[in-house]
Design a protein around this ligand. Sequence first.
Ligand SMILES: CC(C)(COP(=O)(O)OP(=O)(O)OC[C@H]1O[C@@H](n2cnc3c(N)ncnc32)[C@H](O)[C@@H]1OP(=O)(O)O)[C@@H](O)C(=O)NCCC(=O)NCCS
Length: 339
Amino acid sequence: MAYELPFRARIIGSGSFIPPRVVTNDELEKIVDTSDEWIRTRTGIRERHIVSEVIGDHTGAMGTADMAERACKEALEMAKVKPSEIDMVVVATITPDLRLPSVAALLQARLGLTNASGFDVVAACAGSLYALSIADKFITTGAAKRVLVVGGETLSSVTNWRDRNTCVLFGDAAGAFVVEAAPREGEGFVDSQLYMDGTHWDTIHIPAGGSKRMLTPQLLEQRADRIIMNGRETYKFAVRALTEAAEAILKRNRMTASDIHHVVAHQANLRIIEAVAERLAVPLDRFVINIDRYGNTSSASVLLTFDEARRGGRMKGGENVLMLAIGAGMVWASGLYRT
Ligand SMILES: CC(C)(COP(=O)(O)OP(=O)(O)OC[C@H]1O[C@@H](n2cnc3c(N)ncnc32)[C@H](O)[C@@H]1OP(=O)(O)O)[C@@H](O)C(=O)NCCC(=O)NCCS
């Protein structure tokens, strides 16, 4: 039975953190058999940022919670909300600092979210929209008033720096939103939809290090604790799934491509974004693009991209923002936000 929900979830603050260490395509040329030209033309990436000074060193440098903490502080500051006023923190990540407990728990202690419950969400590069959708559901039903939504990834720690198929793609970053219950009219989330097709679980995966195949010295040497990806399959799946998800959410909300002012899509590959733009007939200049500077930052990317666009004055009041993301699972999601 359809019924009118009492609230709309509104983003009242956003923040992001990019670690200072830049890895250029030229630097990757020295590690694997690749070229700046190949990376730029196939992916649109010019550089990415990582947490550690030395590529592949994760022996105590900054981790996901450190980046997330900084992004959250920015978001809380913009929202003018005290940490004690947050009643839930939802963190999307596939690279938590520890296997136990959650990054959400670490953030709760560090930020002083004294009245918050929280948990981590594992939905790979769709994690940001999964976390946002969860926050939206808690808020629209009245179960939570203010939710901190976070996406943070230290992908450099699960990147095989010997594999040119993947090591050129990823970067580290964090993004955060403060989402608050607001009246149904005006700014806020209009709709979201989550999808999954687990039959493609092995298209992007990490083969070992979980409960079934614990790490041995041999597996570590084989880099079995790092991401393996079938790039071509991912590309084809992503273009189709994102296009269909966008068409479905527009149709359900009686909108067409011309009603969309901005598209904040997961930054996986510029060519995926271009292909989706063409299929949807949405001009490419309505897509917010920063993959050239950050690469694929997984669950950070949508939050970070939205934050940059809004802070940069790109979004005005009364505009429609289409959000799209896809990642390992395969999982994907769409969202519609009214500014
Ligand atoms: C990974 C990706 C950029 C590869 O581009 P592509 O045009 O599909 O390239 P292909 O897979 O057809 O590979 C073409 C050749 O380039 C080579 N290649 C792969 N990475 C390379 C690199 N960094 N530098 C140079 N050559 C590379 C391959 O080995 C292959 O060589 P071969 O033909 O001799 O076997 C592309 O498939 C992609 O972006 N996929 C989606 C990835 C993604 O978004 N993942 C995250 C989802 S959340």
